[in-house]
Design a binder for this molecule. Structure first.
Ligand SMILES: [Zn+2]
Length: 63
């Protein structure tokens, strides 16, 4: 398993609902698929990985 180190957890900006002419750029929780509210940065080897979680799932991320 690849070692990853938690760097930070930050709240995402609240996005307005997109209208029909704009692309939906909202992000969804990687665990449960609901709208993500938290952005979590990990360091994985030499790269930085961003994963997004909802409020509920982010509490399980502290690895
Ligand atoms: Zn979730």
């Amino acid at each position: 398993m690849i070692q990853r180190t938690l760097i930070s957890v930050s709240a995402m900006e609240a996005k307005a609902l997109p209208n029909s002419t704009t692309k939906d750029k909202r992000k969804y929780c990687v665990t449960c698929g609901t709208l993500a509210t938290q952005e979590v940065l990990f360091k994985v080897m030499d790269a930085t990985l961003i994963e997004r979680y909802c409020d509920k799932c982010v509490t399980n991320v502290n690895i």
